[in-house]
Design a protein around this ligand. Sequence first.
Ligand code: C5P
Length: 407
Amino acid sequence: MLKDKKILLIISGGIAAYKTLELIRLIRKNNGTVQCILTEGGSQFVTPLSVSSLSGNQVYSDLWSLNDESDMGHIRLSRDNDLIVVAPASADIMAKMAHGMANDLATTTLLAANKPVLLAPGMNPEMWENTATQVNITTLKERGVMFTGPNNGEMACGETGLGRMSEPEEIFTAITDFFFEKPLKGYTALVTSGPTYEPLDPVRFLGNRSSGKQGYAIATALRNAGANVTLITGPTNLPDPQGMTITNIQTANDMLKACTNTLPVNIAICAAAVSDWCVDAPSAQKIKKTDDNNIPKLRLKQTPDILKMISAHPKNRPELVIGFAAETQNLEKNAKAKLKKKGCDWIIANEVGIDENGIEKTFGSDENQIYFITQDQNEKWNRASKDAIAQKLVQQIINYMDKNNGS
Ligand code: C5P
C-alpha cells in the first residue's frame, strides 16, 4: 500500500514512544520505507537498536555526527523523504518548531525541511491544555502542519484527559490519508466477523473455530480505502481495529439485530461463521450432571440467516452483498449453489479442515486460499495472507462501485 513512499519519522521524548515502534512495523508491513530520527528525549524511552532493527535503517540522532553530517544529514533527511511524521510530538518539540529553534538534529531537520509534516502529539493533559502549547499548535496549523490526535483517555502518569498519542493504526491512517485519495470515501460498509456463541446454559455454548481474522482484515482494508465501517463481531481474541464502529455480539440473534440496526449501508460483507443452530430453550441455570448418568438432550432450532435477510431486504438492500462459504467438500459447486440460495452478489469460498501436514487450512490461520465467485466469474486466488486477500477483495469492491456509480 505504501510502496515507493518514504517517511521520515521523528521520535521525540514521551512515554508513547514505545507505540511508535508499532507504527514503524505497520509502515514496513505495508511496503513503505521509514528512516528515523531519535531525539535525546526519545532515546530515554526506546533504544536506537530497536528503532533501527524495526525500520531496517540506520537511526539518526546526533546533529554533530561527522559521518552523518559530512553529507549534510539534516538537509538530506527531508529531501530524501516524502513526508515527515513526528510521533510522539512532545510539547517541547512543538514549541521549538513554532519558534524556529534548531538546536538538535530533529529540530534542525524540521526547520530545514521542504516536505509536509504530520504531528502526533502525546503529553500530559495539563501540558496539552496549557495556553503556551495551544498557541504553538495554532501557529503550526496556520503554517500547514497536519495533526492527528491526541486522544482522550488515561495517561501513563495516572491522570485522565486529552493528551494520549493517537494509536499507531490511527497515525498510519493519517499517513495513508495524506498519500492517497480514498476511493471508498462516502460509502458505508457493514462487516460481520468471528464465530457466534449459542448458549446451552449460562456457562456452556455451541460455537465454532472461526478466529475472526479474515473479517477484521476486510474491515481494516475497507477503512483504509475510506469507507465508514461497522464491524459486527462475535467473540475473538483480536484487538479492536481503530477508526471504525465495533459492535460486539454473542449469538446469531444478536448479530441479526445489530445488522438490522446498521442498515442501510452501501456494502455488506458477511464473513462471520454464524452458528446454523441454537439451543431451543437454553437453561437459565447451569445444567447439573446427575448421578444416574442422565445425559441431557439438546433440542436445536435454526438460527436466522443474516446474509439471506440482508440480501432480500425489501427497503434497505445494500448495493453489494458478499457472503462467505466455508466448505469441506465440493467447494466450487456448493459455493455457486449458495450464491443463488442466499441471493447475494458474490461468494468468497474457502476450504476448511486440516491439510496434509495436519495444519488448519483457514480457521485461525494467518493465510487463506479462496475462490471468488460471482454470477459470471469463478476465480481461484492464490494462497496469501488474510490481509492480502482483504486488500484484493476491497480492490474488487472499489472497481464494482466505480462501475455502478458511473465514475
Ligand atoms: O449457510 P452457510 O453457513 O453455509 O453460509 C455461509 C454464509 O452465510 C456466510 O457468509 C455467513 O456469514 C452467512 N450466514 C449468516 N447467517 C447464518 C448462517 C450463515 O449470515 N445463520
